[in-house]
Design a protein around this ligand. Structure first.
Ligand code: ZN
Length: 241
């Protein structure tokens, strides 16, 4: 069967009381939905719904939209930034970032501070030093743990590769070909969360979905998994940059 081209139609709505510009996108969908971004509100609507109805819907959900927006602004302000004096959440501890001139590049962690040192502290160089440090940890830790767990669960032969990539919104990914991908920024998280992440991806070698059977397999390896899912929900935005 031929798939019909989705019809989209965009316009900007002026809605008094909302904190952001509001963009209306009409398409072949059945219901109204609102997405609050940090810089705009996106309203997805069916093709034939009346404007009046959309405006009513928005004014009914105005308080929710404003609250969501505040949350987004707050979260954006808490994103990881590698400048001297900023805060970084490392293994569930809040540390102060320090940039220090030194002949050799590297990262040192003390009780209160995470110091990035090197001969050139231009922003891109600082990011490169930090990235090298986290990637080395990821390579030393994740592939070995991933293989061991896959073998323990009897799916060792399904695991074809473990790779690293800094994606925009994901910590890990498992393909149907048995390739597991991790975002090396996960090494900033507490060890329990990292282990949960490994368990999450390896259990996809058993079930390529998030079905009840899948979550049962996760719970078999990581009985506390809900705690770690909760930790990520609350704190993960602080680990991104
Ligand atoms: Zn998953």
């Amino acid at each position: 069967m031929l798939k019909q081209q989705p019809q989209t139609d965009e316009e900007t709505l002026t809605v008094a009381g909302l904190p952001l510009p509001c963009q209306l996108v009409r398409s072949r969908r059945k219901s109204l939905a609102v997405h609050v971004r940090h810089d705009r509100i996106e309203v997805r609507a069916p093709l034939r719904i009346a404007r009046r109805e959309i405006l009513q819907f928005l004014s009914r959900h105005q308080a929710w939209v404003c609250r969501k927006h505040q949350e987004k602004v707050q979260r954006a302000a808490e994103h990881l930034s590698l400048v001297d004096g900023s805060e970084i959440l490392y293994k569930a501890r809040s540390l102060t970032v320090r940039l220090q001139k030194a002949s050799r590049s590297g990262v040192a962690v003390s009780d209160r501070e995470l110091t990035i040192h090197g001969p050139d502290l231009a922003p891109d160089k600082v990011v490169a030093i930090f990235k090298g440090w986290l990637q080395a940890q990821a390579k030393a830790w994740l592939p070995a743990r991933t293989r061991a767990l896959a073998e323990h669960l009897g799916v060792g032969t399904k695991l074809t590769d473990v790779v690293f990539r800094k994606t925009k919104s994901k910590w890990g990914h498992c393909t149907a070909q048995g390739r597991i991908q991790y975002n090396w920024l996960i090494m900033l998280a507490p060890d329990g969360v990292i282990d949960y992440m490994i368990c999450h991806e390896v259990c996809h070698l058993l079930h390529m979905n998030h079905s009840p059977a899948y979550w049962q397999a996760v719970a078999g390896v990581c009985p506390d998994y809900k705690r770690y899912v909760g930790w990520l929900k609350r704190h993960e935005h602080r680990l991104w940059f």
